[in-house]
Design a protein around this ligand. Structure first.
Ligand code: ADP
Ligand code: MG
Length: 346
């Protein structure tokens, strides 16, 4: 039984559908990441699960129960937002313990639980301090502690590390994963950062314009996308795309005749920059390096060819350099230009 299950959810704001027939499941004790551009409906999804939004159509199940009648505090959920949103006039301790009294915990239990959680997140020494005196990272740790102190079954995170520097982000990503495993929580995280998606997620849901476009195990979605939109969003540097054109010798993609039949369809081809390789003059096709982005291990060259622009990764590029580039036909992904869906042509 999935811990969370959305079935055909529609959420409208006026005429606009923020969620347009969204369905997905999160397996118990798993880590799922929702990724997608701004405005895709990611936050709306999370709010719906938390009970801060209601659906116009469709159903939501939490632990197999229809959640429509459950109040937010009955959902056994911890939430973390981009901004920890702590109460400024309460100590870190009181922020973490907030609401626990009302939920029927006694003072000793609360003290024990706050202490244990604070130790986990390395903020024991900050419990008497006020949020205003904390660094951004410390504030976010306190926010995480508040979300998990009751060991919720479901942990919802909405771009929680967006305001933190890279090192802190990595540290907190690791800590959240270890807490998720230790407490056996089901985690649903929103990000628009794909390195975070890979670092945190086992499963990936790609959303755009209120729809789930692609989903599956993280690696599967990244390496074998079902849709041109997820292929183009996921992967860095971004995938190379070009229309596949019908020629008298057959369908052509970046100067290479593909061994397929287009069957009259408009097709877009795509090949990952890292799948492109350098070859000798007279093979493959020529392109000119227009700019180079240097990375620690690898650089990316933005090139122009007679078939259009493309990116290629490698170690050593110079501007204005002429490269001879090729790829294996097996690394070309084909998509229907109209529906954007992946197609397999013979
Ligand atoms: P994301 O988190 O993926 O950036 P959101 O879920 O916040 O996207 O928003 C999805 C769409 O719904 C956007 O077009 C946004 O403008 C719209 N939207 C979200 N909340 C409201 C609201 N309270 N009123 C009107 N429109 C909203
Ligand atoms: Mg959002």
């Amino acid at each position: 039984m999935p811990a969370v299950s959305l079935k055909n959810i529609v959420r409208k704001y006026g005429e606009k559908k923020a969620l347009d027939n969204v369905s997905f499941d999160c397996a118990e004790n798993s880590r799922t990441v929702i990724i997608g551009p701004s405005g895709a409906g990611k936050t709306t999804c999370l709010k719906l699960i938390a009970g801060l939004e209601t659906a116009d159509e469709g159903s939501l199940y939490i632990d197999g129960r229809d959640a429509s009648s459950l109040k937010p505090h009955e959902r056994n959920i911890g939430m973390i937002f981009q901004d920890a949103a702590l109460f400024p006039h309460s100590t870190v301790y009181d922020n973490i313990a907030y609401g626990m009294h009302r939920l029927g915990y006694n003072k000793d239990d609360i003290r024990k639980m706050v202490q244990e959680t604070a130790e986990h997140l390395h903020i024991e020494s900050l419990l008497k301090r006020y949020p205003g005196s904390l660094s951004a990272g410390e504030r976010q740790r306190a926010g995480i502690a508040r979300a998990i102190v009751r060991k919720p079954g479901l942990l919802l995170l909405d771009e929680p590390f967006a305001n933190l520097d890279a090192r802190l982000r990595e540290e907190l990503q690791k800590e959240i994963i270890s807490l998720q495993k230790e407490y056996g929580m089901t985690m649903l995280l929103i990000t628009h950062d794909q390195s975070e998606a890979v670092a945190m997620g086992q499963y990936l849901i790609f959303m755009e314009e209120g729809k789930v476009i692609d989903s599956g195990p993280v690696r599967k979605v990244a390496e074998d996308p079902r849709d041109l939109r997820s292929a183009m969003f996921i992967g860095s540097p971004a995938v190379n795309t070009s229309p596949v054109s019908e020629t008298k010798d057959g369908p052509m993609f970046f100067g290479t005749i593909l061994n397929v039949s287009l069957q009259g369809r408009n097709v877009i081809g795509a090949v990952r920059p890292e799948k492109m390789f350098l070859t000798e003059e007279g093979r493959g096709f020529a392109c000119t390096v227009q700019s180079v982005t240097h990375g620690y291990r690898e650089s990316t060259a933005e090139c122009m060819s007679m078939y259009g622009p493309l990116r290629i990764t490698g170690t050593d590029f110079a501007e204005k350099q002429i490269l001879h580039v090729s790829f294996h036909e097996g690394d070309v992904m084909l998509f229907d230009a109209e529906t954007k869906e992946r197609i397999r042509l013979m």
